[in-house]
Design a protein around this ligand. Structure first.
Ligand code: UDP
Ligand code: MG
Length: 320
């Protein structure tokens, strides 16, 4: 029989506006699950402060004082959503038998936790929260996000369709995740690699409860590139294909020009030369860029810098 201590991990970056409500909802959720006997009384909500510039950490500390079910981890600085999430998962992993991760803005339906816990209790190791629709997202966010999933899968990065970082992982799955040491972290792609038994739970994604998205378009695009280059080397292979293609095109061009020369109507002018020089120059630059992208990753990985540093943990049993 597996243990049933649940930790809910919530990364927070400048979330002082939403935290009190999020804390109330998650606190209620824990209590109701405890009452139902599904989770142990040692279960907690763990807020990870990702180097916020506002009073997020003060709010977390106050919530912890008022309610011991609510705990916190303070990171040394802003490390981004994925690293903050990992910090939370690794901190919770020592104490919990199962960990649910979700965003601070209550966009993920808190009530889906019940179904996730049920599946865990039935023996599943990873339960993915999957959006049943994207009605509440803006048209722009919806189309770009869906294009992103399609592109990722096309380029060989396996991800669960319409699944963000709302999921439950068992302790065993977390221990597996801990062995993935990559610095370029794309959890959505790595978690499926951990394996074990998995299942999905559908939920409706709501609107941000307060504050604004911390994922502007620029971050979204870099997140997408990060995902693709972390999970797949297909872009490199595509360069090779491109090289072959251009090589064949130039062969045909050469044959054509030689035939014209042999038959006495030599092609004149510089336009054709300029076109091909620019085309090939562009392709070479593009290819160098793609290779550089991977080289850059290798560079970062080879340094093996810590993915997060913890300033303080607010949880009983940590000398608080
Ligand atoms: N977040 C974080 N560090 C960052 C940016 C975001 O921990 O540098 C957290 C944020 O507080 C939220 C979650 O990541 O809990 C998702 O961010 P957001 O809701 O702004 O993204 P969206 O839902 O718009 O994609
Ligand atoms: Mg959000």
């Amino acid at each position: 029989m597996r243990g049933n201590t649940l930790y809910i991990v919530v990364p927070c970056y400048n979330e002082e506006e939403v935290l009190p409500e999020t804390a109330r909802r998650l606190g209620d959720k824990l209590r109701s699950l405890m009452r139902a006997g599904k989770i142990s009384p040692r279960s907690r909500v763990l807020f990870v402060n990702d180097g916020s510039k506002d009073r997020t950490w003060e709010v977390i500390a106050k919530l912890h004082m008022e309610n011991s079910l609510l705990c916190g981890v303070d990171l040394s600085r802003n490390r981004g959503h994925q690293n903050a999430l990992l910090a939370g998962l690794m901190t919770a992993g020592d104490k919990a038998d199962m960990v649910v991760s979700m965003d601070a803005d209550l966009q993920d339906d808190v009530d889906a936790v019940d179904a996730m816990v049920d599946k865990y209790l039935a023996g599943i190791d990873i339960v993915y929260g999957v959006r049943s629709s994207r009605k509440t997202d803006t048209f722009f966010k919806r189309t770009t996000a869906e294009a992103f999933y399609r592109l990722m899968n096309l380029l060989g990065a396996e991800t669960v369709f319409n699944h963000a970082d709302y999921r439950l992982m068992s302790r065993r799955a977390l221990e597996g995740l801990a062995q993935f040491k990559e610095v370029n972290l794309f959890l959505r792609g790595i978690v499926p690699m951990v394996g074990y038994s998995s299942d999905t739970v559908e939920y409706e994604r709501g609107e941000r409860f307060a504050g604004e998205s911390k994922y502007p378009l620029k971050k979204m695009v870099s997140f997408a590139l990060e995902g693709i280059t972390s999970l797949s080397v297909k872009p490199l292979r595509m360069i090779t294909g491109l090289g072959f293609l251009v090589f064949f095109a130039s062969l045909i061009m050469i044959i054509y020009n030689v035939v014209r020369w042999a038959t006495g109507n030599t092609v004149t002018g510089w336009a054709s030369i300029a076109c091909s020089v620019w085309l090939i120059g562009g392709l070479i630059l593009l290819s160098l860029g793609v290779i550089g992208e991977y080289l850059g990753k290798l560079y970062l990985e080879s340094k093996g810098r810590p993915r997060f540093l913890i300033r303080q943990v607010l949880d009983e049993g940590d000398g608080e």
